[in-house]
Design a protein around this ligand. Sequence first.
Ligand SMILES: *Cc1c(COP(=O)(O)O)cnc(C)c1O
Length: 449
Amino acid sequence: MSVCQKSNGRKLAYAEGICYAERTMKTSTICVQSGWNPKKGEPRVLPIYQSTTFKYETSEQMARLFDLEEAGFFYTRLQNPTNECVAKKIAELEGGVAAILTSSGQAASFYSIFNICEAGDHFVSTSAIYGGTFNLFAVTFKKLGIEVTFVDQDAPEEEIQKAFRPNTKCLFSETISNPSLQVLDIRKMADIAHKNGVPLIVDNTFATPMNCRPFEHGADIVMHSTTKYMDGHATQVGGVIVDSGKFDWAAHADKFPGLTQPDDSYHGLVYTQAFGAGAYITKCTVQLMRDLGSIPSPMNAFLLNLGLETLHLRVPRHCENAQKVAEFLETQPDVAWINYAGLPSNKYYALAQKQFDGGRTCGVVTFGIKGGRERAIKFMDRLKLASIVTHVADARTCVLHPASHTHRQLSDEQLIEAGVKPDLIRFSVGIEDAEDIIDDLKQALAAIQ
Ligand SMILES: *Cc1c(COP(=O)(O)O)cnc(C)c1O
């Protein structure tokens, strides 16, 4: 967890004293330089603090840490210096005030909502979301007594509004949905959420802060599966939650008692009073991480940081290659349909141009092959450079058939709700030479004639 020191009240536990709200450097520089700032004689590269514990001189010092009265590391389940540096870099990239790393994107989705929802509560989510998230919301949250209503993000405001109830605690969506590639109108959704007195939580995994920073468009909380572009090399599974620090929990105190009422497990501490803009991430750390775990290993945070150091080079290249691939596929008679918001023919083209830096969306292209499911599978099996893996947003081009793989558990009805056609091929364009990727597609298309 990395938290803004400008938060009011007591000295922040765990925080090292930098407010990330003000981006003083350009994005590329943040990618390369931010997080770890060595002093004289310290390692130039972010060290891996592979230690569960941290030493203190007196019992009293340790007690103060447990009461959140003093800043400092004491146990890696709550905070670790390597993880801290990487969280700080991501907070800065998103323009947020505080962030926490999690051991997976799933954990980040879960915590981002569970931090403000409890049994008896309800939240609204767009239906076109990652299959794992859909299952978490529709099945697992239900078991915890938390209900979700799915909405079509492209529906008119009045329609989406109908899903809100008095016990609704947040609105959740994806900047670019995986795998249906619907582009979220973040401003529209933020306005709807705020009218209902709840925050907008956005999964920004596919766009990355290189292409879009949802806080600039009104989102309140951002989360990522860092397993994807942020890592980029398929070496670690991870997640992150970033808080903009802008949502006024205290103004809706009755809706968010977990943040605005005393926490008995910390001698009656009130997060909004004690930690101000850092309240949400502090609670997530000292309550959810304390009780549920799901921290990444420092080694994984280190690997994630290596990926982040080149995020600004990789993401534009992914997008440039994906654009070429999409333009090629659009001309192919065997391609039944193609979805890529970088194509002027795409439904989301204008929104993408407006909302994303340089109109860049992501490196993932989806399309259907004429002849449906069977022919799609045949085509995939013929690909050579593009490998079939349960992964996406990797430096190496990869491909997947969601209906047979990631979304296998969903019924046909749920598939359609999630925006996944049975013939949909998810093609994750890597950072190789675009010509080689297109040649691979050409030979696979030729092979199914
Ligand atoms: C992969 C993914 C997740 C889940 O992340 P894991 O790191 O696999 O747990 C969540 N959201 C999106 C958009 C994803 O692509």
